[in-house]
Design a protein around this ligand. Structure first.
Ligand code: SF4
Length: 329
């Protein structure tokens, strides 16, 4: 019997090769949670269909993302790693939960309004039902804990309300109301120094990039805009390069940059070269593991298949209880 504190569920859309924002904001946390919880990590490909018009890359993106997860330290012998659509019970639970969800509540959600704004030519039913499918993901595996960033707390509150509605409507306690585990997720700014790191904005640095590619991207990073010449003193507090030094460089190096930048003792080129060196050193073990795993793609797909098999066992048990509670013959 597991001695861990409970079951964690988290899902991520198949966005392909992951970048530093994904790594610092989610993957590192996924790896750490394994020490305390039984973890269920899902590549939510059905969710991706709501906004992805060209599905050609879905399979490759799923593979690349799984590769990043495994190379970063997610342990498939302990945690369940799988693809959402490989467990069809989630669509059945989604349908049943949709019966206890008022339509107005869904269309009032700020996330729905934001999606409508972003995808005005493709406002499909899936966009409206997105939070219900998310509630189905979480409750199907009876997750007791869901890690969320501060800005995602309302998403989980929706799931909690849905569980209460379902259990009240069918006079049952079959579904579990998950607790939020609010994590301090650093907002990782892209190399433009302005916006959150994102593949679509092309301001990202892939964790699986080669050292040369990484160095090239680091050298493109926007620095303190007031520092025009090498002889100008800079301000590390407004420089994104310095934010990354604080994560990837030693305490002595951070202190050195902090002092020398302010008195123009170090130039931005040297400062970036130091960051690139430290970043590449930090990611080297991950990249070596990734390259090794990538030699045998079938093994990666087998991990996902085995994860789906274990996930289906939990899912079918939950659905037996749900069907009985609802009164389905
Ligand atoms: Fe930023 Fe470093 Fe240049 Fe200072 S020296 S402005 S911290 S890149």
């Amino acid at each position: 019997m597991s001695t861990k504190k409970g079951r964690v569920f988290s899902g991520a859309r198949p966005t392909g090769r992951q970048h530093l924002g994904n790594y610092l904001g989610a993957i590192k946390n996924y790896v750490a949670l394994q020490d305390e919880y039984d973890c269920v990590y899902c590549v939510v490909d059905l969710h991706a269909l709501t906004t992805v018009e060209d599905t050609e890359d879905l399979r490759q993106n799923t593979y690349e993302m799984a590769l990043d997860f495994l190379a970063a330290g997610i342990r498939p012998e302990e945690s369940i790693v799988f693809v959402q659509s490989h467990v069809p019970q989630v669509t059945e639970l989604h349908t049943i939960l949709s019966m206890v969800t008022p339509l107005g509540k869904l269309t009032d959600l700020p996330t729905f309004k934001e999606k409508v704004r972003m995808h005005p030519h493709n406002i499909n039913y899936g966009l409206v039902g997105y939070p219900v499918l998310m509630a189905a993901d979480i409750t199907l595996y009876k997750a007791s804990v869901v890690p969320v960033g501060v800005d995602q707390a309302s998403h989980l509150e929706f799931t909690r309300e849905t569980v209460r509605s379902f259990n009240y409507r069918f006079k049952t306690n079959v579904l579990i109301e998950p607790e939020m585990k609010v994590t301090e997720v650093p907002k990782v700014i892209g190399i433009d120094g302005q916006q959150k790191m994102s593949k679509s904005l092309d301001n990202h640095i892939e964790i699986a990039a080669t050292p040369e590619e990484t160095t090239k991207r680091v050298m493109m990073m926007v620095t303190d805009p007031q520092r025009q010449r090498r002889s100008d003193p800079g301000n590390p507090d407004v420089c994104n390069v310095f934010s990354f030094h604080k994560i990837f460089s030693s305490a002595e190096e951070v202190e050195m940059v902090n002092v020398e930048c302010r008195r123009a003792g170090i130039g931005c080129v040297d400062c970036k070269k130091l960051l690139a060196k430290n970043l590449n050193a930090h990611l080297a073990p991950f990249r070596a593991r990734r390259a090794e795993l990538d030699q045998k793609p079938d093994d990666v797909w087998n991990v996902l298949e085995d994860g789906a098999r274990r996930a289906r066992e939990i899912a079918e048990q939950t659905m037996r209880e749900v069907r009985a509670a609802v009164g389905l013959p």
